[in-house]
Design a binder for this molecule. Structure first.
Ligand code: CA
Length: 231
C-alpha cells in the first residue's frame, strides 16, 4: 500500500515542472503532472490529489478559471504559482479559494513549508479554534483568558487589535487578504484598509522587537498579512 501524499503539478513550463517534481519526489511525495487547465480539472476529479500546485498562466484555460471549476466540488488545498508582481492575481486566487501562493522564482524550503502548512490545515483534527493557547516564539495568546504575553510580560491590546491578532493566529501560516481581514473585523459593508494598517502598526509596536522588521506578522505586499508559524 502506498501512503505517500499525492501532489498534482499543473505547470506548462517544463523547467519549473521538473524542478518541482524533483523537490517533491525527493521529499517523499508522489507526483502527478499536467501542462494545461483542462487536464488539471479532469486529473483532480479522477485522482483526488492531496494538494495542487497550480500555475496561473496556462495555455488553454486561465489558472483562476481552473481554480473556480475545481472549487465547485472539491476543497483540495491549492497553492497557486504566480509571476512576481501579480498582486491582483494573488488576491483573486485567494478570494476564489486558493490556500496560498508561491511567487516565481521560489526556493525549495519555501515550497515545502507552504505545502506542509496547506495540507495540515486541510487535515481533519487540526483546528486552532479549539485550542486554548497559541504560542509562537515568545508570543503567547491565551484565548480563554483573552490575554497576550510577550516574553512573559503582559501585552495590552485594544479590542480591535486583539481581534486582528487572534484572526491571524487562528490562520497561522496562511496569508489573509486585506479585504478578508477587514470584513472579519469590521463587517461586510466596510473597506477599512487604512484602519487595518494603523491597527497593524500598533500591534507590531507592542509585540515586535523591531516593528520595522516584523518577525511575527509579515506583510505580503499588495495582498495582506501572514502570521508566521516559526520565528
Ligand atoms: Ca505558465
Amino acid at each position: 500500500m502506498n501512503n505517500k501524499q499525492q501532489i498534482l503539478i499543473v505547470e506548462d513550463e517544463k523547467g519549473i515542472s521538473n524542478f518541482m517534481t524533483s523537490v517533491l519526489t525527493s521529499n517523499d511525495y508522489q507526483v502527478l503532472k499536467c501542462q494545461n487547465g483542462k487536464e488539471a480539472v479532469s486529473l483532480t476529479a479522477a485522482n483526488s490529489p492531496d494538494l495542487i500546485l497550480l500555475d496561473l498562466g496556462l495555455p488553454d484555460i486561465d489558472g483562476l478559471e481552473v481554480l473556480s471549476r475545481i472549487r465547485q466540488w472539491s476543497d483540495v488545498p491549492v497553492i497557486v504559482v504566480t509571476a512576481r508582481g501579480d498582486e491582483t492575481e494573488k488576491v483573486k486566487a485567494l478570494d476564489l479559494g486558493a490556500d496560498d501562493y508561491v511567487t516565481k522564482p521560489f526556493g525549495t524550503l519555501e515550497l515545502l513549508a507552504r505545502i506542509r502548512t496547506a495540507i495540515r490545515h486541510q487535515q481533519k483534527g487540526y483546528n486552532p479554534l479549539e485550542t486554548d493557547k497559541i504560542s509562537i516564539g515568545e508570543l503567547v495568546i491565551d484565548l480563554v483568558k483573552r490575554k497576550i504575553t510577550m516574553n512573559g510580560e503582559m501585552v495590552h491590546l485594544t479590542p480591535i487589535e486583539y481581534k486582528i491578532l487572534v484572526l491571524l493566529a487562528k490562520n497561522i501560516g496562511r496569508v489573509l487578504t486585506l479585504d478578508y481581514i477587514c470584513k472579519e473585523i469590521w463587517g461586510p459593508y466596510t473597506n477599512e484598509h487604512n484602519a487595518l494598517r494603523v491597527n497593524m502598526a500598533n500591534i507590531r509596536r507592542k509585540i515586535e522587537v523591531n516593528p520595522a522588521e516584523p518577525k511575527y506578522i509579515h506583510t505580503e505586499v499588495g495582498v495582506g498579512y501572514r502570521m508566521m508559524e516559526e520565528v
